[in-house]
Design a protein around this ligand. Structure first.
Ligand code: GLY
Length: 277
């Protein structure tokens, strides 16, 4: 059986799952990598999700995005890219068309422009509103310091975190992720999504992507540690065990596929779509 799974980020309401089922239907291709990229592109273009056009603002009002793609033996990502429509496509081009695996900041933007990606404004009213809400809380004294701000931050307000997709098609695996990060980040902050092993991993035995607060996911190298246990017990159990290592205040979600199983699991709401064929 071939399978494509999409998620809309931990915190995204289950009521969005029908939308993601439609996206899965639309994005599915004859190969795994094309299917995961097109899935993520659809979510990047949909302002509902915190990726591409729906990305949240940093503390300085800029929008910096991270995205990655991975297939067995190869990886590409962009870190803190700005003013491009589809960071996940640029991440694929880093993997397929550059001699590198990761490009960041103005270098990533320059690379995208060289390949013909237009300057594109990703700022939305949604991002502006969220920014103003958090700044108001800081000004009112409800949130005092950066650490406290992180604790007070309710991921359910986000209408989702990172978006992602995994696929197994004709025996091939692929994974893709894209994110506007978590509000209210410092400019230059890097989350889990563009880091192989943290927010994404793909090898000969399967593909795994994660969503949640990047700092915590990075510390646990979540996706590689799930991948590394494939075959040792049922996949669902591996995913649940690893997510249970996080503090209850840290919502985390994972989608994963192996040769004969798949898993969709989150410690809070998470919209998802599935296409099997
Ligand atoms: N998981 C998205 C981020 O923390 O950047």
């Amino acid at each position: 059986m071939n399978i494509l799974i999409l998620h809309g980020g931990v915190g995204s309401p289950g009521t969005l799952s029908p939308v993601l089922n439609k996206y899965a239907e639309k994005a599915v291709k004859k190969n795994a990598i094309g299917s995961v990229i097109d899935s993520v592109v659809l979510m990047e273009d949909d302002e509902t999700f915190n990726a591409g056009k729906g990305s949240y603002m940093r503390i300085d009002r800029s929008v910096q995005m991270d995205a990655a793609v991975m297939i067995p033996g190869n990886f590409g990502s962009v870190v803190n890219i700005e003013n491009v429509k589809n960071p996940v496509r640029v991440a694929y081009d880093v993997m397929a068309r550059s001699p590198h695996n990761i490009l960041s900041g103005d270098g990533a933007v320059k690379f995208a422009r060289l390949l013909g990606y237009d300057d594109y404004n990703v700022k939305t009213e949604k991002a502006e509103k969220k920014y103003n809400e958090i700044i108001a809380k800081i000004k009112n004294g409800e949130i005092k310091e950066f650490d406290e701000m992180k604790k007070n931050f309710d991921i359910n307000d986000l209408i989702g975190d990172t978006v992602g997709a995994v696929a197994r098609i004709d025996g091939e695996f692929a994974a893709a992720v894209s994110t506007g990060g978590t509000p209210l980040m410092l400019r230059g902050r890097v989350g889990d999504s563009p880091l192989p092993g943290s927010g994404i991993y793909c090898g000969e035995n399967g593909a795994v992507v994660a969503t949640g607060i990047g700092e915590e996911i990075i510390k646990k190298q979540l996706c590689y540690r799930i991948y590394n246990e494939i075959g040792k017990m049922p996949l669902e159990q591996i995913v649940k065990n690893k997510i249970s290592e996080f503090d209850i205040s840290v919502p985390v979600g994972v989608i994963a596929v192996t040769r004969d199983e798949y898993s969709i699991y989150a410690s809070k709401d998470m919209a998802y779509g599935v296409k099997t064929f």
